[in-house]
Design a binder for this molecule. Structure first.
Ligand SMILES: O=P(O)(O)OC[C@H]1O[C@H](OP(=O)(O)OP(=O)(O)O)[C@H](O)[C@@H]1O
Ligand SMILES: Nc1ncnc2[nH]cnc12
Length: 179
């Protein structure tokens, strides 16, 4: 469910690209949304309403497209941003988790001291597909001592049932849901 009713249809700015990055994958390209000030402004405003409800101390964004969403959101909400990165990119001591993706496998890492004790964390990314990435990020946040307060995505591929892999106690909000 979107965070609030909106008169703007964000799907207008999503471009479908078949067979990318592998045959059989229908890629939901969100770059046209990001390049449009009206659409992008509305997307970040709607995620800002989610933040008003769940009151995060920190936004955690997942490399790399989650950085675009997460830094924009953290800036308008006025909270800090913490990157969750692919392996070997963070310079300090890290905690890592392996995960599987709709079209591959990978590993995510977070700085072990990034969250502090009990910081309320909203996890954001551009898109929820199988949920492997967001579930791995959840594990990292909890291992690093954060308290999860919700998830925000620009888009969700509902048929892949990714939200079922996430904790159900906190809001999981996607602005665009593809059935
Ligand atoms: O729900 P899942 O099946 O885990 O898939 C969703 C993830 O896949 C994409 O990232 P990708 O790994 O392609 O990296 P990128 O953001 O660097 O393009 C997307 O940005 C999400 O992070
Ligand atoms: N089908 C898809 N479109 C865009 N990003 C994705 N990330 C994982 N699956 C994706």
């Amino acid at each position: 469910m979107p965070s609030s009713p909106s008169s703007i249809d964000l799907r207008t700015w999503v471009r479908d690209i078949p067979d990318f990055p592998k045959p059989g994958i229908l890629f939901r390209d969100l770059t046209p949304l990001m390049r449009d000030p009206e659409g992008w402004g509305e997307a970040i405003r709607l995620l800002g309403l989610l933040c008003e409800r769940v009151q995060p101390d920190l936004i955690v964004g997942i490399e790399s497209r989650g950085f675009i969403v997460g830094t924009a959101l953290a800036t308008i909400v006025g909270v800090g941003f913490v990157p969750v990165r692919k392996p070997g990119k963070l310079p300090g001591e890290v905690i890592g988790v392996d995960y599987s993706l709709e079209y591959g496998t990978d590993r995510l890492e977070i700085h072990s001291d990034a969250l502090g004790d009990g910081s309320r964390v909203l996890i954001v990314d551009d898109l929820l597909a199988t949920g492997g990435t967001a579930a791995a990020c959840t594990e990292l946040v909890l291992k690093a001592g954060g308290e999860l307060c919700g998830f925000g995505f620009l888009a969700e591929l509902a048929a892949l049932e990714g939200r079922n892999r996430l904790p159900q106690e906190q809001p999981i909000e996607s602005l665009i849901i593809y059935s």
